[in-house]
Design a protein around this ligand. Structure first.
Ligand code: PLP
Length: 425
């Protein structure tokens, strides 16, 4: 495969961008990332003209794929042609807020920001401001963006910053517990119950190989947070408007969180984040309440138009049927492909999320971060990713990030991908 132009671009990038990229995960591709020239339906084409079936889909935002339907594209272009932004409210912000409130029952009010990271940062501040408490419980292996309160590793007895540049005193307020471990959650509430502002979790861990909640786990979290006057925050940056369709994963699980963070799909491919939830809590944001939150680009009109047009298109067409059906076919096809390799491989995912995980000791479907840590990360990186790329399939760049089906993907893409997996394995 010719990738001379990508190599040249990477050399140029290395001299002006740290690590040659603007987001750490993009450099995970070895020996260097390919540079993308453009998207095309369910595919992308790199700087050297190589075409790949794209299951990364911008890391999740592109529910409709790279070719936006005419109505969506027209709505975005119209907004952009009216001046990019105003520093004053615009009707389209209210339109998108009303759409979310109408479809996600736990959301009575919502504030839009510019990224998932900003959403979770503001949600944590809001939970602390509302409860007057300091600590948050998070799941080991969960990811909530590049923010100080959640870049924490270790366990609740010994939380440590997982990045340089974060004072250890910040990490003291974050209590990591294993996902799906009710006893660990009970223990932290016994020890710190009076000072826990919130439990923050993805409904399905999507940055750790796709880890599903065990039956009753979310109900348990709902109950224990209620009992202790703490908030339950669902981080639906990945699952929002993907799992469970327009009602999001919370509707699938039948759980009503106090707050939900959104990102990715709700901006239709443009930078976005949002914090929604019970009105009395969200009203604590300035200017109606004492929790400061503001942003020059927040509720950006072009983003709001892209999000609204995307979600309206999904509401009026067979988007979720299509992506979920292809997701089912991919997962069951992959089960067949890995069957004779069992127990070294596990197929995980639901709806339009999927992932093949390499498990060193055949732990089966991972229940938590420790199980996923058994995965053969090196093998994934060194051998597997390259094998799939050589077969014109673009998968997420590391073993732990999930992959996404879009409305633009076709049966042929599924077949070609299953064939490539078969050969690569
Ligand atoms: N929360 C979850 C669950 C995510 O998966 C991500 C990013 O992938 C974030 C938060 C951070 O979002 P962003 O990258 O838009 O800051």
């Amino acid at each position: 495969m010719n990738d001379d132009h990508s190599r040249e671009l990477y050399d140029r990038a290395l001299s002006v961008l740290p690590g040659g990229v603007n987001s750490a995960v993009r450099a995970a591709i070895e020996p260097y990332p390919f540079f993308v020239r453009k998207g095309d339906g369910g595919h992308i084409i790199d700087a050297d003209g190589n075409r790949y079936v794209d299951w990364v889909m911008g890391l999740g935002p592109l529910l409709l794929g790279h070719d936006l339907p005419e109505s969506v594209r027209a709505g975005i272009q119209q907004k952009a042609s009216e001046g990019p932004m105003y520093g004053a409210p615009a009707e389209v912000e209210v339109d998108l807020a009303e759409f979310v409130v109408r479809h996600v029952p736990s959301v009575e009010k919502i504030r839009f920001v510019n990224s998932g990271t900003e959403a979770t940062t503001s949600a944590v501040r809001l939970a602390r401001g509302y409860t007057g408490r300091n600590k948050i419980v998070v799941m080991q292996g969960g990811y909530h963006g590049a923010q100080e309160s959640t870049l924490v590793e270790g366990d609740h007895e010994n939380p440590k910053p997982s990045s340089a540049g974060i004072p250890s005193s910040f990490a003291e307020h974050t209590l990591p517990v294993p996902f799906n471990d009710e006893d660990a959650v009970r223990e932290v509430f016994e020890e710190h119950g009076d000072d826990i502002a919130a439990v923050l979790t993805e409904p399905i861990l999507g940055n750790h190989g796709i880890v599903h909640p065990e039956d009753g786990y979310h109900e348990f979290l709902r109950e224990i947070t209620d009992d202790h006057g703490a908030l339950l925050i669902f981080d639906e940056v990945i699952t929002g408007f993907r799992v469970g369709g327009l009602g999001c994963a919370q509707s699938e699980f039948g759980i009503t969180p106090d707050l939900t963070t959104f990102g990715k799909i709700v901006g239709g491919g443009f930078p976005v984040g949002a914090i929604g939830g019970r009105a009395e809590i969200v009203e604590q944001f300035a200017p109606s309440g004492p929790v400061f939150q503001a942003g020059t680009f927040s509720g950006h009109p072009v983003t709001m138009a892209a999000g609204l047009e995307t979600l309206q298109f999904a509401a009026e067409n067979d988007v979720y049927d299509h992506v979920n059906e292809l997701g089912d076919r991919l997962r069951s096809g992959l089960e067949d492909v890995v069957a004779d390799q069992a127990p070294s491989y596990t197929v995980a995912g639901t709806d339009s999320m999927f992932k093949v995980i390499f498990t060193r000791e055949g732990t089966g479907v991972p229940a938590n971060a420790a199980d996923v840590k058994n995965a053969e990360t090196d093998r994934w990186r060194r051998i597997f990713w390259g094998q799939m790329r050589d077969r014109d399939v673009f998968l997420s760049q590391n073993q732990f990030e999930c992959q996404f089906v879009s409305y633009a993907h076709t049966d042929e893409d599924v077949e070609a991908t299953l064939e490539a997996y078969k050969e690569a394995l």
